[in-house]
Design a protein around this ligand. Structure first.
Ligand SMILES: NC(=O)c1ccc[n+]([C@@H]2O[C@H](COP(=O)([O-])OP(=O)(O)OC[C@H]3O[C@@H](n4cnc5c(N)ncnc54)[C@H](O)[C@@H]3O)[C@@H](O)[C@H]2O)c1
Length: 252
């Protein structure tokens, strides 16, 4: 049985993980950490990591970037591997992840969906083959409560394409302000907001008389939990280092 300490346990994602682990044969949440430290389930909830008494095999974090420093201090001190799913980390916080990964196994992915990560790998391959002749556009769709645009995942897809191609491209977020033809050297990135769409990402390669489209559609938050639990299992026997979904693909 894998024992989990859940950071951000009282948030939306924390509660989805709690529900899934409640009936899981191989995973058990032994304690939670959350600023809002009310006990909502059958495990104790602490406002600070220093207060946690229970022994855990892994920490899973879906909370807030502000929690990161305390989280990493706790995990490096206790030598517990950690899966960080919290998004919106700044450069300093990403450096903190790297520093912690000298001491413990750290898994970080701004999108824990296996499907999105596979989409990124496929799109990178397509970009290498098509970069000279096809225009690349990314369209993302999310619910009407989302504040940031474009999504972190759309940017991660664009960054991955840029890492793969020979000549890096500029990001064009909004065409209405610029009255000129599309440049070859750009990736258009577009955000749609409405209703309860959990998350859609399409990458369009438009060439002469042909279009190839890669699309991922998230239908529930559970896909992120499935990925985070898979990442936790993956980390258990790993030495110190910084891991991502790519390592899981290469492992399988
Ligand atoms: N990587 C992924 O695949 C993925 C998927 C979904 C959500 N997320 C990210 O996970 C995070 C949480 O998402 P959510 O929808 O559950 O948000 P949420 O706001 O519903 O929950 C966040 C929880 O963290 C707690 N919290 C906030 N600051 C804290 C701190 N300093 N210390 C301890 N706890 C703190 C809050 O009290 C809350 O219970 C966000 O960053 C979100 O973008 C990542």
């Amino acid at each position: 049985m894998m024992k989990i300490l859940l950071s951000g346990c009282n948030g939306k994602m924390g509660q989805v993980i709690t529900r899934i682990c409640a009936n899981h044969p191989a995973m058990k949440i032994v304690a939670g950490c959350d600023l809002y430290d009310k006990q909502l389930s059958d495990y104790p909830v602490y406002a600070k990591f220093e207060l946690v008494q229970e022994q855990a095999d892994v920490v899973i974090d879906f909370s807030n970037p502000n929690a990161l420093e305390g989280l990493l201090n706790f995990c490096t001190d206790k030598k517990i591997p950690v899966v960080v799913a919290t998004t919106g980390l700044n450069e300093k916080q990403k450096d903190m992840l790297k520093n912690a990964s000298d001491i413990i196994a750290v898994f970080y992915s701004a999108n824990m969906s296996l499907g999105v990560n596979l989409l990124i790998e496929l799109v990178k391959k397509a970009a290498v083959i098509l970069e000279d002749q096809f225009d690349i556009e990314i369209i993302e769709k999310h619910h009407n409560q989302k504040i940031d645009a474009p999504s972190g995942t759309a940017l991660a897809i664009a960054d991955a394409i840029n890492e793969a191609v020979n000549i890096p491209k500029n990001y064009m977020y909004d065409r209405h302000a610029v009255r000129k033809k599309r440049e070859k050297t750009e990736i258009g990135i577009h955000a749609v907001r409405g209703g309860t769409i959990v998350g859609e990402h399409s990458v369009i390669f438009a060439g002469l008389d042909e279009v190839i489209e890669f699309k991922h559609q998230a239908n529930s938050k559970e896909i992120f939990v499935t990925g985070a639990l898979k990442a936790s299992q993956f980390l258990l026997d790993k030495p110190a280092g910084l891991y991502s979904m790519k390592d899981i693909f290469n492992h399988e």
